[in-house]
Design a protein around this ligand. Structure first.
Ligand SMILES: [Zn+2]
Length: 551
């Protein structure tokens, strides 16, 4: 077990950290035996019974003198390098003299930020920043777009995990992906438009004509768009009068095409609750073009068909982010149209501020999936795992990872399709390595002229199929992580003070957990140093103490 000595202000971050790195821990108790004690206060109690002590913090502590270490420099933020991978640091950082046992370096200065010191009573690890302050910043403020592609929160978990495995500590972890899967994927769609017919002679239509006729032509001349796609856009533009009078299908109406592409993968559609309401940006009105032109009442048939096909319908919130009352009104509208009792939300244009989580939670929304970027793709909170938003009682965030408009819009990342695929492949590799949910947002209208992002989207889904992926709705992904959060570790007298994993929520319909046992006592050890056990949570799972920890 891990015992944690932290500052009072860090306790929420500590708790959340151990929901993401799901292993047996408790706030430090005197006279208790631990495999590992983590301290961020510098306090290392006398007579400590632990095999390993990890001291995190940027200040110079008394224990540093006992370990023969000296803080050399202290600075704010910067880039670190661990095992060949670079990641950012957001708080204060200290470096130490080279002891020859360093495992973590300052990327720019090459100085030591993390090292090991062996003492007869225990092995010590000294890291020159505060782990839980970093986690707190990552989960609340998030990372700037330039570090979007780095799963920084997962790097912190990874570093601690390898500190434990290097020391040969026995421990049990519940992995952040179901047993037999590399990761979870949620295909989601923000429904900003359900057809171009509603946009007769407005700015959306004029913008479409300009991009379809002029921008496409310029791009084709420059060689950044094929002539065949340019021609497709031109044909669509010239067919517009026929679409308006009803002689041709509305090419922006895409629900059927999404169902054909996704073939029962269980996608999630976020709908705007009210027609012609652009909402407000705090006290000033939001731009008029933020308003949806469709009315939910007129597309009840389409919504019923989506639900019948195993899709989920959520709220694409307009004002929900700034006010609980407004959030409740928007949520109720979705419930009324769908007959659902539970609704998740993603905000239109990703409007969000520090008060949004409590507004959404106050309105009884099931989860949020707004935290991502408009102008980047990747890991805003440094993780793809569903996490508990700090400052709420338990509102869960399904972080948004890849957004079509972020990849392709000229004023955003403006990537070519090959560069966009390279970015997405990198993110797929990261999620396959660290677990979590790859959440995509492909807007309804993105398959059609003038965007024509269907082929890319299909290739992206194929790319994901190369891994073992559990495709599910946003709500199912949140439910799986919710039941993982509900798992508890207990010391069990039945197996000689060994460990017992208990689940209070047993959901037969969800995939099994993967319980990873490091240095197992009763199971044959693999070369990797761990054994994986699939577990459905129905009955308790017990592990005897290892010989190591008995010694
Ligand atoms: Zn939107």
């Amino acid at each position: 077990m891990i015992g944690v000595i932290s500052k009072d202000c860090e306790i929420d971050a500590v708790k959340e950290f151990f929901e993401l790195f799901k292993t047996h821990w408790e706030p430090f108790v005197r006279n208790q035996d631990y495999e590992l004690v983590i301290t961020t206060t510098g306090e290392v109690p006398a007579g400590l019974n632990a095999r390993l002590v990890a001291v995190y913090g940027s200040r110079s502590f008394k224990i540093d003198h006992q370990l023969g270490l000296e803080v050399q420099t202290t600075s704010q933020g910067g880039r670190l390098e661990y095992d060949g991978t670079e990641f950012p640091l957001y708080g204060a950082k200290s470096t130490f003299q080279d002891t020859g046992t360093s495992f973590l370096l300052d990327k720019d200065a090459g100085e030591v930020v993390g090292c090991e010191v062996r003492k007869p009573e225990a092995c010590f690890v000294r890291v020159g920043y505060d782990l839980f302050q970093e986690i707190s910043v990552l989960l609340s403020k998030g990372q700037p777009p330039e570090y979007a592609s780095t799963p920084t929160t997962e790097m912190h978990i990874s570093i601690l995990r390898s500190i434990m495995t290097r020391a040969g500590l026995p421990f049990v972890e519940v992995l952040p992906a179901p047993s037999g899967y590399d990761f979870v994927a949620c295909l989601t769609h923000d429904v900003d438009f359900v057809g171009i017919r509603e946009h007769k002679f407005d700015w959306t239509m004029l913008g479409f004509l300009y991009r379809a006729l002029v921008v496409s032509f310029v791009m084709a001349v420059k060689g950044t768009l094929s002539w065949s796609r340019c021609w497709t856009n031109w044909q669509a533009a010239f067919s517009l009068p026929l679409v308006f009078v009803g002689l041709k299908d509305d090419f922006w109406l895409e629900f059927d095409r999404y169902m054909e592409i996704e073939k029962g993968l269980g996608s999630t559609f976020f709908f705007i609750p009210f027609k012609d309401e652009p909402g407000t940006l705090r006290s000033s009105p939001a731009p008029k073009r933020r308003a949806a032109k469709y009315d939910l009442g007129a597309i009840k048939g389409e919504i019923a068909e989506l639900l019948g096909n195993g899709c989920e319908v959520g709220l694409h919130g307009v004002d929900a982010w700034q006010d609980s009352e407004k959030a409740k009104r928007e949520r109720d509208r979705i419930c009324e149209v769908t007959g659902q009792a539970e609704v998740g939300v993603r905000m239109h244009w990703l409007y969000f501020d520090e008060e949004s989580p409590s507004a959404l939670e106050g309105a009884g929304l099931r989860y949020d999936s707004t935290l991502g970027y408009n102008d980047a793709v990747g890991f805003r909170a440094g993780t793809a795992q569903v996490f508990g938003i700090p400052s709420t009682k338990g509102l869960l965030e399904l972080p948004l990872c890849i957004q079509d408009t972020a990849l392709f819009y000229p004023d955003r990342m403006n990537l070519s399709e090959s560069d966009a695929m390279a970015s997405c492949r990198h993110l797929i590799r990261q999620v396959a390595k660290y677990g979590g949910v790859l959440t995509l947002n492909w807007h309804t209208r993105s398959l059609s002229p003038e965007r024509l992002w269907r082929e890319f989207y299909e290739r992206l889904i194929n790319e994901m199929h190369a891994s073992q992926v559990w495709f599910c709705t946003a709500g199912q992904a949140v439910n799986w992580f919710q039941s993982r959060r509900a798992l508890r570790f207990e010391s069990s007298p039945l197996v000689g003070q060994g460990l017992c994993v208990v689940s209070d929520i047993y959901a037969e319909t969800l995939p099994q957990f993967c319980i990873r046992v490091y240095q197992p006592a009763s199971l044959p050890l693999r070369e990797s140093g761990f054994v994986d056990i699939p577990w459905n949570g129905q009955t308790e799972l017990t592990f005897p103490r290892t010989q190591h920890s008995e010694a």
